[in-house]
Design a protein around this ligand. Structure first.
Ligand code: PAF
Length: 310
């Protein structure tokens, strides 16, 4: 099975490094510095025990026309705002046209963006609890192991999920098929709704969401609004889901959320597909979402201010 990791960020590098032990892995990234770093030195993973795993048998390309081998699986790890552009670029290329696509990204709308260009029956949707932080191009710190769930939104007409799950397991990644990926996406979304914007705006680590009462309350208010939107969409989630979000904040306590890291680096955030997506759906479904609206606006203010400072 030949794999292309679309987006050599933190998660992309980690998954690519693991999968390269059992299959041919290419990286597709539009950043020339990242492509050069991977092609000249490979991928470095700083493991949790402090050791370094060096992976040399990978190739990175900046231009999809360099991918000549027939590709079996595309794993989308780009930021959610870049999914549509990446899919538009990649779908035309013959080596990729019959590949399965797997999205493991944060936020809502990734499946829909992929389905504009790829056969919906060949799109897999998943969520991973693997934690990674990008230290430099091609260099990641492994933050934590956790399961990856993979499924299809085309119920009953599933693309080959089991082969992808098997590939992950062969590479030492805990992976399972999941029968209700829409619920799975919402569960991940609620975690990001509760943690990411608050940590990004305030500069705190994930664990402080639990420790600081005002942060905890704000987190639960944002999650509550998102739960109301989910319920209006017919997605059944436990009412006390904020407890689960706080557990994740605690378990990843020493980490800076991905949105926090984006803000720290002066990069665009995924706010529009996380809290912003709740606001948009809330408007469509007539559910008030003032907390998510304010968090969205504050992230955008900080994002612009940081960009202006660069
Ligand atoms: O986006 C993130 O940072 C992660 O999904 C999570 C779980 C919030 C941990 O930092």
């Amino acid at each position: 099975m030949k794999v292309v990791i679309v987006g050599a960020g933190a998660l992309g590098c980690l998954l690519g490094a693991r999968l390269a032990a059992v299959t041919k892995v290419y990286f597709f990234d539009i950043d020339p510095q990242t492509v050069n770093a991977i092609n000249s030195s490979g991928i470095f993973v700083e493991e949790r025990d402090g050791s370094i795993t060096e992976v040399r048998n990978v190739e990175a390309v900046e231009d999809h026309s360099e991918l000549v081998d027939k590709i079996d699986l595309l794993i989308f790890c780009v930021k959610s705002y870049a999914t549509r552009n990446a899919a538009e670029l990649l779908h035309r290329f013959p080596a990729l046209s019959s590949a399965l696509c797997l999205t493991l990204q944060n936020g809502l709308g990734n499946y829909e963006a992929l389905a504009e260009f790829f056969d919906p029956l060949r799109i897999l949707v998943g969520s991973t609890a693997q934690g990674a932080t990008l230290i430099a191009p091609g260099r990641v710190r492994h933050g934590g192991n956790g399961p990856t769930y993979i499924g299809s939104l085309q119920r009953g007409k599933d693309a080959d999920i089991s082969e992808t799950v098997r590939l992950f397991r062969k590479a030492g990644l805990e992976a399972y098929e999941h029968g209700d990926v829409e619920k799975l996406l919402w569960e991940k979304l609620l975690i990001n709704v509760g943690i990411n914007a608050i940590t990004a705006i305030t500069g705190i680590l994930n664990g402080s969401i639990v420790e600081i009462p005002e942060a905890r309350n704000l987190c639960c208010e944002a999650v509550k609004e998102a739960l109301e939107v989910a319920a209006r969409k017919g997605i059944a989630l436990p009412e006390n889901y904020c407890e689960k979000v706080l557990e994740v904040a605690n378990a990843t306590g020493k980490n800076r959320s991905s949105m926090g890291q984006d803000i720290d680096r002066g990069r665009r955030t995924e706010i529009d597909t996380i809290n912003g997506a709740i606001v948009k759906l809330g408007m469509e479904l007539d559910v008030p979402t003032p907390v998510n609206r304010t968090l969205t606006q504050l992230v955008k203010i900080v994002e612009r201010a940081k960009k202006g400072n660069r």
